[in-house]
Design a binder for this molecule. Sequence first.
Ligand SMILES: C[S@@+](CC[C@H](N)C(=O)[O-])C[C@H]1O[C@@H](n2cnc3c(N)ncnc32)[C@H](O)[C@@H]1O
Length: 193
Amino acid sequence: MNEAKIIDKPKVHSQIESKSAEIGFSMPSDIYVVTLLKTLITSKPKSNILELGTGIGLSLSWMIDGLDSESRLTTVDNNSELIKIANEFFGTDSRVEIVCQDGSEWIKNYKGDNFDLVFADAWPGKYSETDEIYELIRVGGFYVIDDMQSQSNWPDGHQENVDKLIEYLEKREDFSLTKMNWSTGVIIMTKKY
Ligand SMILES: C[S@@+](CC[C@H](N)C(=O)[O-])C[C@H]1O[C@@H](n2cnc3c(N)ncnc32)[C@H](O)[C@@H]1O
């Protein structure tokens, strides 16, 4: 198996990569995890999906490709420049809501339906407001985080954050958890009850 061969890239993929280089965005999601997100989302027809950390929209482009016509997706980022770019690429898709807001505030104020999949790719929902976000996942729904494997550019003390998070997640009995030493280090959890 050649896992390095990426198939079915979204139509806008190369435009997003160019935009990323143009503005010097250095944090797009890893290509492997975004293919996984698309596959997981495809398993959830008529779903309600959440991304925390829109960034340049690379993961968003793959997640949207996994949506069926009756699904909807909300993506949140606090950077107005990035949100403007996401709107340029995806703003006309009626299934997609692009929100420029602090993720912590957004999570605390959210009153809508629970989610079938949450990709937490910003501090809020990954390292803060975690219990709040786990509450917002439907039974059978997925929670996905990446960047769990040590990286040379991590700031001092970040390894401790990651270790504590993993230790906490391993103790939660309401989720089934899989840790994968693949891509940037991925954790997938499914809500049991
Ligand atoms: C790892 S990047 C996301 C990359 C994105 N998934 C992609 O593929 O392009 C993390 C993002 O979180 C956003 N962010 C950081 N702090 C935030 C906060 N408090 N609320 C919302 N977004 C935040 C940053 O602006 C950044 O775009």
